[in-house]
Write a protein that binds this ligand. Structure first.
Ligand code: ARG
Length: 449
């Protein structure tokens, strides 16, 4: 049997994949592909395209990582209705919080010092589940609906390669010949893929427990102020309550474990803070970031819980980490964020950086008090049983126990290298040289006279 490829929709034969699928078809059984499926138009067209163009049996996997669109039963059914041989809706929220967000918090993970990496953190988790399903079905292929211009394709594929290099990856959106949304809808309608009647938002949205990313539409002009309609998790600060609200976040070994004194699973703390801090307009970001594929892109984010938790965690670290570790960790944090942004979740470097961060968290236990008010969240208090803050050493009052006399000798030795440098090469040496030159000139003038 020959595999049929529709030339109108297939830019070029997807060589190996088509061959393998055709071979399997000859043997009377189809190759299986596991598709990362969201239920939206792109991945629905992918699901059909993989059947029509590549003759695959498709297994759909939809992960619940806390996104807004969470009628998972309906999404699961939609895949089956379109001919998927199996369809899974997996609740990954706890795993996401416990195995991914805890590490992100330990590393205070902020790409380019701002973006809490919400999309970058969810892709390796989804990839892990795709690989597991592929193994359980004996599938040789995994597919995703990412475009060729974004970071997410890289994150999916590097994660899959790290977990099972033998799996082949199919990226229909990168391969097909559908150049516009209109063409995609036309293809969908011609192939019985349901198209939602609702008007599509001009923005590309990705969301999960760690926040919401908004790009495209009017945002493509970096000078254009974000239109009010892009924000859904956060209130505009001008409409936020006139009274500040305080929250106390308890941490144990770097992991949030209570809110206002009430013990809570981390995942629930994240959910609660998204609502609480979002109501005060906390966590809006508007930035131009450097994508992995070399493009600068303007992105807006809403990250209420991530903003509060990272700020609180950093504040607790200032009490509980010694200065050298705290300073060294700043560089590690940047490397961690860059590695994760670049799709290297499952990589030796990123895992080694995790080990470093984990080693720093043993004493990061305590409570941080945060004030939420009109778009800002500020740390107003922090305490820890392991605090390295010593009142007697810090106080300028009567309790002062610092040895002022020891400072003189300390500064003499601390300053010795610059004192030496100054004398030999720096300002003191220059001064000496100019004095010598001046004396030489004077001598010459006297001799001449
Ligand atoms: N720029 C962000 C990142 O690379 C967000 C990507 C959002 N993805 C999306 N499909 N809208 O992590």
């Amino acid at each position: 049997m020959e595999i049929t490829m529709n030339e109108a929709t297939t830019a070029h034969a997807i060589g190996g994949q088509a061959c393998m699928a055709a071979k399997a078809a000859e043997c009377g059984m189809k190759e299986k592909v596991v598709l990362a499926y969201s239920g939206g138009l792109d991945t629905s067209v992918c699901l059909k395209w993989l059947q029509v163009e590549c003759d695959f049996d498709v297994i759909a996997v939809c992960g619940n990582v806390g996104q807004d669109e969470n009628d998972l039963a309906a999404i699961r059914q939609k895949a089956l209705d379109m001919g998927a041989i199996a369809s899974f809706a997996v609740d990954m929220r706890e795993e996401y919080a416990n195995d991914f967000l805890t590490l992100a918090l330990a590393a205070n993970g902020l790409y380019e010092n701002s973006y809490p990496l919400l999309s970058a953190l969810s892709r390796p988790l989804l990839a892990k589940h795709l690989v597991e399903v592929a193994h359980s079905f004996g599938a040789h292929y995994v597919a995703h609906g990412c475009t060729g211009k974004g970071n997410d394709q890289v994150r999916f594929e590097t994660s899959i390669k790290a977990l099972d290099p033998m799996l082949e990856i199919v990226a229909p959106v990168r391969e097909w010949n559908l150049h516009s949304r209109e063409e995609e809808i036309e293809w969908a309608q011609a192939h019985g893929v349901p198209v939602a009647a609702t008007k599509k938002s001009p923005y590309s949205i990705d969301d999960n427990l760690w926040g919401r990313a908004i790009e495209c539409g009017a945002l493509e002009d970096p000078w254009c102020e974000p239109p009010a309609d892009i924000w859904t998790l956060t209130a505009d600060s001008t409409c936020a309550p006139d009274e500040p609200e305080y929250v106390e976040i308890g941490f144990e070994q770097g992991v949030p474990c209570s809110l206002d004194g009430v013990k809570m699973p981390f995942v629930d703390i994240v959910k609660t803070l998204n609502v609480k801090a979002g109501a005060h307009g906390v966590g809006r970001l508007d930035m131009v970031e450097n994508r992995l594929v070399g493009v600068k892109s303007r992105e807006c984010y809403e990250v209420p819980a991530a903003k509060v938790l990272i700020d609180a965690h950093k504040a607790l670290e200032t009490l509980c980490l010694d200065g050298d570790t705290q300073h060294y960790k700043l560089g590690i944090e940047q490397q961690w964020a860059t590695a994760v942004y670049q799709g290297m979740w499952f990589s030796p470097l990123k895992m080694a950086l995790d080990s470093f961060c984990a080693a720093t968290q043993h004493f990061v236990t305590g409570v941080v008090k945060m004030r939420l008010y009109k778009g800002s969240c500020s740390v107003t208090g922090r305490k820890s049983p392991y605090s390295l803050y010593d009142f007697g050493l810090a106080s300028y009052g009567a309790a002062d126990a610092f040895n002022h006399g020891a400072a003189k000798g300390f500064i003499e030795l601390h300053g010795l290298p610059v004192t030496t440098w100054s004398a030999k090469q720096g300002p003191a040496a220059e001064e000496l040289a100019s004095q010598a030159a001046f004396a030489g000139e004077k001598k010459a003038v006297i001799c001449a006279a």
